[in-house]
Design a protein around this ligand. Structure first.
Ligand code: AMP
Length: 158
């Protein structure tokens, strides 16, 4: 079984509902799931949109990395279709952050996920469930990476 970490994000009103639906579907292929608390973060870039809900989950799976990507994408589709209108905001985004200690650089799949180490909204929920997990690229623990974030970049709220 591979140990995997996913980051979840939603920028549509009821992120909690989409997270519940996504985790319910994820549990068909993931076991021993751990859920981080759910945080609110301000949108960056286009700031004229609702706050984001962010969280992370840990799970164990028999799926290979590419199979896991197809699986998480199918769940984004299923959950996102519920209230989707064309060009509407995304109800749920599921990113694969770690897959065991593998480093993968394929055309459609980069693991560890690019730039995760700069993002409080990814690192803080991962820190909550797996502070000692080692990032295979930097060889630093999630706790060290979180501690290294500049204080002024920390603004997550429960
Ligand atoms: P986004 O619109 O941000 O969800 O990006 C989705 C695209 O990112 C898809 O085309 C994926 O193939 C690609 N991708 C690359 N690496 C990853 C990863 N680690 N987790 C999820 N999507 C990834």
């Amino acid at each position: 079984m591979a140990e995997i970490f996913l980051a979840l994000g939603s920028n549509v009103g009821d992120g909690d509902k989409y997270f519940d639906q996504a985790i319910n579907l994820l549990s068909e292929k993931l076991s021993n799931i751990l859920q981080a608390p759910r945080y609110k973060s301000k949108a960056v870039g286009f700031t004229d949109q609702a706050d984001f809900t962010n969280s992370a989950i840990y799970g164990e799976t028999k799926l290979g990395p590419q199979e896991l990507l197809k699986f998480t994408q199918s769940i984004e589709e299923k959950v996102g279709r519920i209230r989707r209108f064309r060009w509407g905001p995304r109800e749920i985004d599921i990113d694969i952050i770690f897959y065991d200690n593998l480093i993968i650089n394929e055309e459609d799949l980069t693991i560890p996920h690019p730039r995760f180490a700069e993002r409080e909204f990814v690192l803080k929920p991962m820190f909550d469930i797996a502070p000692d997990f080692i990032d295979p690229t930097s060889k630093m623990t999630v706790k060290n990476l979180y501690d290294n974030l500049p204080e002024e970049d920390k603004s997550l709220k429960l």
